[in-house]
Design a protein around this ligand. Structure first.
Ligand code: HEM
Length: 247
């Protein structure tokens, strides 16, 4: 289950699948004083957050994740998609300017852009066919989410495209077993912050994900990963579940 669709479904599906879409990952921590507020004060502030979700900008798709308890110093994560980064910013500002916003610390923000596959078109047809199979994150009501930003080393960018393609073929071959259970999405981030990529995953099988990452650590491409933290681990939640958590 993913969080509540925030715009007409066909638009949301397009934003989540097409190239040329900006994704913003905003990790937020709720200030300690929030939990000391009266139930009435909290309810009023949560109404202000509900209004933000109801009146959000057209053409923006929102997903929510609970990180508290699984990732330190972060309570929840908002993923915003739109064709214009400015619209992501407008939505995030609405959250921060709501009454709840006064109690939120913005711990991490990472922005990225979706692109058409760069290396995949050169892979052998068998591998391409395997990669086109849909992945199912599993039957869990709240599948896990894992967000891994990464920064490549200068050698990666200086390598010939044929060499990078071969390294990515090896990377891809190492993922075949996990693919059916791990839904993934890739964002290019170079120049938009301190990272080159944001790799996003949903799965109800963290054991499969663990094996997947072990496999990927053994491929040559991994030598070019300079930084791959902070890893954000949480669960996919709906707007109603977020409001329940903050109640
Ligand atoms: C089910 C698991 C996975 C599959 C099926 C998969 C598959 C792929 C494929 C096919 C590409 C090439 C995309 C293109 O042609 O542009 C790719 C790129 C990439 N993958 Fe994975 N991958 C998986 C897991 C991971 C994991 C766990 C990470 C990081 C922790 C990761 C990080 C990346 C990055 C950063 C790139 C972009 C490289 C570049 O464009 O230079 N992938 N992956």
């Amino acid at each position: 289950m993913t969080s509540q669709p925030s715009i007409a479904d066909e638009n949301r599906d397009k934003l989540l699948s097409e190239p040329g879409v900006y994704g913003s990952f905003v990790a937020l921590k709720v200030d300690k004083t929030w939990w000391l507020q009266t139930t009435e004060n909290r309810a009023t502030s949560l109404d202000s957050l509900s209004k933000v979700f109801e009146t959000q900008t057209h053409g923006v798709a929102i997903d929510l994740y609970l990180l508290r308890g699984l990732t330190e110093n972060v309570d929840f994560l908002i993923r915003v998609h739109s064709r214009n980064l400015l619209d992501n910013q407008k939505f995030i500002l609405k959250v921060m300017n709501s009454r709840l916003g006064a109690y939120l610390d913005n711990v991490v923000t990472i922005n990225g852009l979706t692109k058409s596959a760069i290396y995949l078109p050169s892979f052998l047809p068998e591998l391409k066919k395997i990669m086109s199979q849909p992945s199912d994150p599993g039957p869990s009501r709240n599948p896990y989410v894992i967000v891994i930003p990464s920064l490549k080393d200068p050698t990666w960018w200086l390598a010939e495209k044929t060499d990078r393609t071969e390294m990515m073929r090896e990377h891809t071959a190492a993922t075949v077993e996990a693919l059916p259970k791990v839904k993934r999405k890739l964002y290019h981030s170079t120049g938009l912050g301190e990272y080159d990529f944001i790799a996003y995953f949903e799965t109800s099988r963290l054991d499969v994900f663990n094996e997947l990452v072990i496999g990927l650590k053994k491929v040559t491409e991994n030598r070019h990963n300079e930084k791959t933290t902070p890893v954000l681990l949480g669960t996919v939640i709906s707007e109603k579940e977020l409001l329940e958590f903050l109640k």
